[in-house]
Design a protein around this ligand. Structure first.
Ligand SMILES: Nc1ncnc2c1ncn2[C@@H]1O[C@H](COP(=O)(O)OP(=O)(O)OP(=O)(O)O)[C@@H](O)[C@H]1O
Ligand SMILES: [Mg+2]
Length: 492
């Protein structure tokens, strides 16, 4: 008998049918991948399974028993746990406190810290999930924080864990450790439902795969018997073009459009976050920034885009200092999209025309016309231009931000993790758009944790480690092993 079974789930939002009669069964102890293009209905289905949304039709069975789910509390009581992508932990509390909060062991009415720590250690031992119970969560890297979220679910006796794009925010090393953890928990009979856009992960880690498209199931596969190609066809209805990306054209020559000179960013106490970094980007080239998370790329890009003033050094754009705040010559697609790049309660149309575009005072009709054209050209899927951008699926919101930023003619394009959370078809499209921006003669600075993305797009890759550029590799030189070695500080 399946651990969880979704039967005929239909969920509508207004006119949008996000889930359309979906059946999904999760076996005990399996890793079940759920894949599909942006807006296919994956997150909606997970929210129905976890009691966040009530379906318009269909129901959820747990060990064959029909659940009555009014809220996640009912799902938790039935042994379901969700690991949210935007982690919901209290940074000021310890690991142990975060794990037990809301269901604390108490002694005479006060939190029994010792018992909480013991429990964290016991669970960690059982599932191969190490985390120091006394560490403050705010000081931990994101991969460890995610482990704390998993521990929290297991502490509440979850036997089915739902993870929606868990590796989108992880470095490759952290992702590898997550999958070790997931193998540990499934070994103990816990089931895992894994939503991801990374087919490599699906093929390496899952037992079975369900593919969604347009709110329906378009494929069910045993992982051992399928291929990436077959999954892609089920996901997007065609195979990906086998062609590699447009190879970098003539090596860009000429003066640097962007010049970063000896930039230093101090890190409060401790060592500098960025310690005297210099480089340049020419028109007509894509320069990649690689590095494990926390190597200073965040701070460096904040300086380049004018969001942060360096403690030393300067940033020039076409010979003039980059303007503080937000320089209108810079197209910027930040990593933390919902927080930094969109106004969540505003409509899609308004979000598409935010910033530089709005200064031109388009009439209302012109705004809509332009927004419509962008949506068309960039393949943003939304029910209407007037719905708040926050209801778009993650990948479609991302495409909307890219559409806005790339549509102008700003000479410098700075992008962080452009394909994070984006489906394979859209990834291809976004890569083509970035290559096009380069071919139009713009200067592109691309930060990505996907080495394959950097290798496919960048003319040169700068590798950061501990706040310094430790290697500069040409596209040809940048093999994964060479890049990986440089990223960990080994001589590049
Ligand atoms: N709260 C909501 N209100 C209105 N529409 C919604 C809401 N949540 C989701 N939708 C719509 O339902 C559809 C499915 O969205 P969902 O978030 O489930 O897709 P997804 O497969 O998770 O996509 P992604 O890969 O981009 O995360 C989309 O068209 C989306 O705009
Ligand atoms: Mg989603």
């Amino acid at each position: 008998m399946p651990a969880v079974e979704l039967v005929g789930i239909t969920k509508r939002f207004g006119d949008v049918v996000a889930n359309d009669g979906i059946d999904l069964s999760i076996e005990t102890g399996e890793i079940h991948a759920v894949v599909g293009e942006n807006g296919a209905g994956k997150s909606t289905l997970m929210s129905v399974m976890y009691g966040v949304h009530q379906p318009d039709a269909g129901h959820v069975l747990r060990d064959g028993v029909r659940l009555r789910m009014r809220s996640p509390a009912d799902a938790i009581a039935a042994g379901l746990g969700m690991v949210h992508q935007r982690l919901r932990l209290f940074p000021g509390l310890t690991v142990a406190e975060n794990v037990v909060i809301g269901a604390e062991p108490t002694r005479r009415g006060v939190l029994d810290t010792a018992a909480a720590s013991r429990e964290v250690e016991r669970l960690g031992e059982l599932y191969g999930l190490r985390a120091d119970p006394a560490a403050r969560v705010g000081t931990l890297p994101v991969g460890v924080r995610q482990r704390v979220e998993i521990l929290r679910a297991l502490y509440r006796r979850a036997r089915v864990l739902i993870l929606d794009e868990p590796t989108a925010v992880l470095t490759p090393g952290e992702a590898a450790r997550l999958f070790e953890v997931l193998r540990g928990v499934t070994g103990e009979g816990v089931s895992v439902v894994l939503v991801t856009h990374k087919l490599g992960e699906v093929l390496a880690a899952s037992n079975r795969v369900t593919v969604l498209r347009g709110g329906r199931v378009t494929g069910r596969f045993a992982t051992a018997e399928t291929t990436a190609q077959e999954l892609v066809v089920a996901m997007i209805g065609r195979s990906l073009a086998p062609r590699p990306l447009a190879p970098p054209g003539e090596r860009a020559a000429g003066p640097y459009l962007l010049e970063v000179e000896n930039v230093r960013v101090r890190g409060g106490e401790g060592p500098a976050r960025v310690g005297g970094v210099s480089f340049g980007v020419r028109r007509g080239e894509i320069v990649g920034i690689a590095g494990v998370a926390g190597s200073g790329q965040r701070e460096l890009l904040d300086v380049v885009t004018g969001l942060r003033t360096p403690d030393e050094g300067r940033v020039l754009l076409a010979g003039a200092p980059v303007r503080r705040g937000r320089d209108p010559r810079v197209a910027y697609v930040p990593e933390d999209r919902p927080g930094r790049a969109t106004a969540p309660t505003m409509s899609l149309a308004d979000n598409l025309l935010m910033g530089g575009q709005r200064e031109r005072r388009f009439s209302r009709a012109a705004v809509r016309e332009r927004a419509r054209a962008l949506v068309e050209r960039f393949g943003v899927r939304a029910a209407s231009l007037d719905e708040p951008i926050s209801v778009l699926s993650g990948g479609n919101a991302q495409k909307a931000v890219l559409a806005r930023e790339l549509s102008g003619d700003r000479p410098l394009v700075v992008v962080e993790e452009p394909t994070q959370g984006v489906d394979v078809g859209a990834q291809e499209q976004i890569h083509a758009l970035l290559a096009q921006a380069r071919d139009e003669g713009r200067a592109v600075l691309l930060q990505s944790s996907e080495l394959s993305e950097l290798r496919a797009l960048a003319d040169r890759i700068l590798v950061m480690f501990e706040g310094a550029i430790v290697a500069e590799l040409s596209a040809e030189e940048a093999g994964e092993d060479r890049l990986g070695a440089a990223m960990t500080g080994a001589a590049g």
